[in-house]
Design a protein. Structure first.
Length: 509
């Protein structure tokens, strides 16, 4: 009798052509999928994220069965559920008398590290294949990074454009330049008409999962209802097409804007679909490029969007695998503050933070500038420990997997790596938030006041951050102007900033 291999498919590997399935034989091999407590609780993921992933996994199992695969699927509430991926694989090995497990490499280091011991602990052959859903392989990124003093996304991105043949005329970029960011970053007017992302009614499968999540993960952060994410490939593709026709044309212009009550603006809200394998990143980019070629979206929007995916997404993954496991630990500013409690409730008088956190709680989503310049900026200015803020980001977003979350938080947002990923900290006072949003006109603090109880807290915190980190940042060429301004201030003024920041921080803790 032909031996069955077990093909383990993880929750973020819901791609029919993934390397593990591509090499397998549907007539003999058995696909193993499992909902396990260990993955759902290594951080206490948002309820919407668990619901999304379990429902998408169940739909994917059906998709595979319809395509002729045998799928051994374990639900979370199966009384025999072993509780961990390794335990589930062990159970299936014994049941099917298999001798070999094949899996595409997981996205997170912790799981790869564990899997590398499985052949010993499980007593069978374990083949870990590379994940070719990315444009750059680990070795390609390592080769690109090798010997470079600084790793900057922009140069890597150009190589990815050439490799993927996206927005290229021969070897030249379409539109005559690689990056159209100078045409983006416009603030948005209050009365802008903004399309909403497509919402999908939960079907019977999703409703079952919602009950399961409510029962088992009730104490996890976030609102379960209303649940409106796509959980099938077909619906995720409909959401993708809706973004391309309705939002992409204005994506560039308002990429950095923030408005009270407008949770998505022109963002795609596709990251959780892309990361779990329901959408193919290159295909999404090709469709965006086609919209430009057909005259349906301008180059600044399309180039900006494509750059996020084949530039930032690939670059961030490259950094993660280049630097793990030590990349989880850096603490350049040696900060230790606990995460303020309002990060879990949204209950703060600071309107920008209240908006970003409340929508995170309700939607498991905030867009990039909210993550970077509101929640991330505040945590860095206030001196929150990088580990605390990293664990928060990993738990609260539907698109959070450590490979993409950690470099964005540790590197881009907190500068905890001392500048490996970015050339300067994204530190900003209230005036940046006021320029890019209408939050301040709805806030009980006054963004124009610099110090005192009624002043926007970001203002004093910004100067206090620069002052207390002068040893680490004083020589940074990109901070020459703010440090020159700081030095020009009278000592009295500088002290007033420090006192104001200290008064605010003492209330915070
Ligand atoms: P859009 O604005 O529509 O962008 C299009 C796509 O580009 C996204 O779907 C995503 O696939 C990709 N992308 C854009 N920016 C980045 C980036 N910086 N890194 C990687 N991919 C990017 N993204 C995650 O996917 N998971 C995370 O856990 C995550 N944590 C973050 C934490 C912080 C502190 C910061 C500053 C950023 C984080 N990001 C994370 C990046 C970015 O904020 C999200 O990818 C984006 O907000 C997802 O929403 P969207 O699909 O509407 O993106
Ligand atoms: C995020 C997640 C969750 C919540 N649950 C499961 C699960 O029960 N089973 C599973 O196979 N995968 C799950 N995942 C996704 C994994 O955590 C993910 O594959 C790893 O973090 C590697 O990226
Ligand atoms: Fe945020 Fe300050 Fe503006 Fe209030 S005034 S919304 S705290 S930036």
């Amino acid at each position: 009798m032909t031996q069955s291999n077990l093909i383990l498919v993880l929750g973020d590997q819901l791609t029919p052509a993934i390397s593990s399935l591509a090499q397998a034989d549907a007539s003999t091999d058995i696909v193993v999928m499992a909902e396990v407590v260990e993955e759902a609780t290594y951080v206490r993921h948002h309820k919407k994220k668990i619901t999304f992933l379990f429902s998408a996994m169940r739909h994917f199992a059906l998709e595979l069965e319809n395509a002729g695969w045998r799928v051994a699927y374990t639900r979370l509430d199966d009384p025999n559920n072993a509780g961990s991926l390794e335990g589930e694989v062990a159970r299936r090995l014994a049941r099917h008398k298999s001798k070999k497990v094949v899996v595409t490499e997981p996205g997170e280091w912790r799981l790869l590290n564990a899997m590398q011991n499985w052949s010993r602990s499980l007593g069978c052959q374990v083949d870990i294949l590379s994940d070719d859903r990315f444009i750059a392989s680990h070795s390609e990124f390592a080769g690109w990074a090798s010997g470079r003093k600084q790793l900057r996304m922009e140069y890597f991105y150009r190589d990815m454009r050439k490799k993927a043949r996206l927005l290229m005329h021969g070897d030249k970029p379409v539109g005559g330049k690689w990056n159209f960011d100078s045409e983006n970053r416009k603030p948005a007017a209050d009365d802008l008409s903004i399309p909403e992302p497509l919402r999908f009614e939960p079907d019977g499968v999703t409703q079952d999962v919602m009950r399961l999540v409510q029962k088992n993960f009730a104490e996890h952060f976030g609102d379960l209802e209303p649940f409106w994410f796509a959980v099938t490939r077909t619906d995720a593709e409909t959401a993708r097409d809706h973004f391309i026709t309705e939002c992409l044309p204005s994506f560039g212009d308002y990429q950095d804007a923030m408005l009270v009550g407008c949770r998505f603006l022109y963002h795609s809200v596709l990251s959780h679909y892309i990361h779990c394998g329901l959408l193919d990143p290159l295909d999404v980019c090709q469709r965006a490029a086609a919209a430009y070629e057909n005259g349906e979206a301008p180059i600044n929007a399309v180039e900006g969007f494509v750059r996020q995916i084949i530039g930032w997404r690939e670059f961030i993954r490259g950094i993660y695998w280049l630097k793990m496991p030590s990349y989880a630990d850096p603490n350049f500013f040696q900060t230790e503050r606990k995460l303020p409690a309002f990060y879990w409730t949204g209950e703060t008088d600071m309107r920008c933070l209240a908006e970003a956190i409340t929508q995170t709680k309700e939607e498991a989503y905030a867009h990039h500038i909210q993550r970077l310049m509101v929640t991330g900026n505040f945590a860095m200015l206030a001196g929150v420990s990088p580990t605390e803020i990293h664990e928060w980001y990993l738990a609260v977003y539907a698109d959070a997997y450590e490979w993409v979350e950690l470099p964005n938080v540790i590197g881009m947002s907190q500068f905890a790596d001392g500048g490996l990923l970015g050339s300067k900290p994204y530190a900003a006072s209230g005036s940046y938030i006021n320029k890019m949003s209408n939050y301040c006109s709805h806030c009980s603090y006054d963004v124009k006041q610099k110090t005192g109880d009624e002043a926007c807290p970001f203002n004093a915190l910004y100067w206090d951050f620069l002052a207390r980190n002068q040893d680490q940042l004083g020589q940074n060429a990109r901070l020459r102007n703010p440090y020159a301004t700081w030095r020009r201030m009278s000592e009295d003024k500088r002290q007033t900033y420090r006192d104001s920041a200290a008064a605010f921080l003492s209330k915070l803790s």
